[in-house]
Design a protein around this ligand. Structure first.
Ligand code: FAD
Ligand code: SF4
Length: 513
């Protein structure tokens, strides 16, 4: 082989079948570099399913390139503890490339480390724009300039216009931009009509090999592999998308925020991991959903389709913009000065709070919980309890198969913990257990009562909600969106507030142990 010109670095969340570096490579002079390193599984204590998903998808990607006759320098996981930059350093010395090519990364720590490695050798590194990002880092920066407050809703409308999604001329389809009034209803008392929605890509031989290796290499990591069936190839992901559009999208919106015992998936798409690993192109997903509505709006109601598209075109692009606009300082934010360690039951699901037991149990079983479970059960509890934002961030990054920092961090630190002081959300998502009671059947089987804030049966969410308002009253009273909650707090007698504080302290001590 001639002297190596470009070494194209492909990371575990960059498995785009049209990867721009690979698409432009000269097979005679360039090669691909991929590495499985222990650091990426143990920087946070990753769920076994998350590790298997990434490694199996990487190996499938490698094999696809090899079958096309491309050269791939691939390091499989071994027993040594190593980092991405260390492995790259070793391979640069061995392969002596003239230049490194990298697509924008999903984590600023990784991008900085790889840039640093290039500098040390020294080698030029070309950073390519990620074509699967629908709003580039630069475009978001321009969008943010001069705006006092960034809100997802207006950003989303701009992207709808830009990509001509659900538009009738220059107006939104159906006459309104956001149809959530028709969405987000609780389930009927009888519960969901079970559709059997679940990850449905049974592991092939390569995935089973990775599963065995992960069990051997990371035996003490959290989570189970028993039900592993996440998509690991673009074909798997397309099949999952087809299934979702056909069977679940019609009812996606209506019960999007609902929760039900023993029903981890309801009508959710389960596509986040495929989108984040780049097995799916987000614009294709959006266009498939829109095409379904245009074909048969009775079967695929606009409210469901718009609600789904907003999650991907709106929220997903918005959080990426926030992440890159504010990193690395974002990681250090702790507006509410929360310091508590994460209660241990987050890793075991052993708690008598049914909502948490259900959400944590399915998280450990499948590496999955849907948005409202993440925001209004595990996230809400952590915020009310006062968990250190870094500790809860590391937990979310570890336990979900779709966890990649650019999307996880703003959702956790910003949306769920209000640790960024209002960059992501205009107010803390603070609520009592009554919210969970309204949106689920969890409270029915629970020994606590969401209507009680003190006493034997007091729901810890409700107690900690009032305690949260008491502790942060001065900070929150200036926020017009919190004024009703602060006024309600002020109606409580001093004696009641004291009782609440005592009970909250008791709960905090109990869960700390
Ligand atoms: P669906 O409910 O079917 O939604 C469709 C798609 O919309 C998702 O696949 C996802 O790509 C996108 N989406 C929906 N909500 C959001 C959102 N708030 N931000 C960005 N994209 C969104 N999402 C991740 O992809 N990775 C994470 O690590 C992650 N961490 C989160 C942590 C917290 C504390 C919270 C509150 C949310 C987090 N989310 C994360 C967002 C959301 O919860 C997941 O995308 C969703 O639950 C994944 O399940 P699904 O694919 O079935 O999504
Ligand atoms: Fe959760 Fe409280 Fe309801 Fe129990 S009563 S399930 S702790 S919200």
């Amino acid at each position: 082989m001639k002297k190596l010109r470009n070494l194209i670095l492909v990371l575990g969340d960059q498995l785009d079948p049209n990867h721009p570096g690979v698409a432009a490579m000269d097979p005679e002079r360039d090669a691909v570099w991929m590495a499985e390193v222990s650091e990426e599984s143990s920087t946070v204590w990753s769920h076994k399913a998350r590790i298997v998903l990434f490694l199996s998808a990487m190996r499938h990607f490698r094999d696809r390139l090899l079958s096309r006759g491309l050269t791939v320098h691939y390091t499989e996981l071994d027993d040594a503890d190593t980092s991405l930059s260390h492995q790259l350093s070793l391979d640069i010395q061995l392969l002596q490339p003239e230049e490194l090519i990298l697509v924008e990364c999903g984590e600023s720590r990784v991008e900085d480390a790889l840039k640093q490695t290039a500098c040390e050798h020294p080698l030029p590194l070309t950073l390519l724009h990620d074509p699967l990002s629908l709003c580039s880092r630069e475009a978001f920066k321009t969008y943010a300039q001069g705006r006092k407050q960034l809100r997802m809703e207006y950003f989303y409308r701009d992207l709808r216009r830009q990509y001509d999604v659900l538009m009738e001329g220059d107006q939104p389809a159906g006459g309104v931009w956001n149809l959530d009034q028709e969405n987000r209803h609780p389930l009927p008392r009888t519960g969901p009509v079970t559709s059997g929605n679940r990850p449905d890509c049974p592991p092939d031989a390569l995935t089973r090999e990775v599963m065995a290796r992960v069990e051997e290499r990371f035996p003490n990591h959290p989570g189970s592999l028993e039900h592993f069936a996440w998509p690991v190839t673009p074909e798997d992901a397309q099949a999952a998308l087809d299934r979702f559009i056909t069977h679940e999208l019609p009812s996606f919106g209506r019960h999007q925020d609902a929760m039900w015992t023993g029903e981890p998936f309801l009508s959710h798409s389960l596509l986040a991991s495929s989108l984040n690993l780049k097995l799916l192109n987000p614009l294709d997903v959006i266009q498939r959903a829109e095409a379904a509505w245009r074909k048969d709006p009775e079967h695929w109601p606009l409210a469901s389709v718009e609600g789904f598209i907003r999650q991907i075109l709106g929220w997903r692009e918005y959080v990426r913009g926030i992440y890159w606009l504010h990193m690395p300082a974002y990681l250090e934010k702790n507006e509410l000065e929360a310091k508590e360690p994460l209660p241990n039951f987050y890793w075991t699901a052993e708690t008598d709070m049914v909502c948490l037991r259900e959400t944590l149990g399915q998280t450990l079983e499948h590496g999955y919980a849907h948005h409202i479970q993440r925001l209004m059960v595990t996230g809400l509890f952590a915020m009310l309890y006062g968990v250190d934002p870094k500790a809860i961030h590391q937990w979310y990054l570890a336990v979900y198969v779709d966890a990649v920092e650019w999307v996880e961090l703003p959702n956790t630190l910003g949306m769920s913990q209000y640790a960024d002081g209002g960059i992501m959300a205009s107010k803390p998502y603070a609520a009592t257990g009554k919210y969970i009671q309204r949106m689920s059947n969890y409270c029915k089987g629970c020994r606590f009562n969401p209507s009680e804030s003190t006493g034997e049966k007091a729901c810890p969410f409700t107690t900690l909600y009032w305690d949260f308002l008491i502790r942060h009253r001065d900070r929150l009273q200036g926020n017009p969106r919190m004024s009703l909650q602060v006024r309600n707090l002020d109606r409580l007698t001093g004696e009641k507030q004291q009782e609440l504080r005592v009970q909250a302290t008791r709960y905090r001590e109990e869960y700390r142990s």
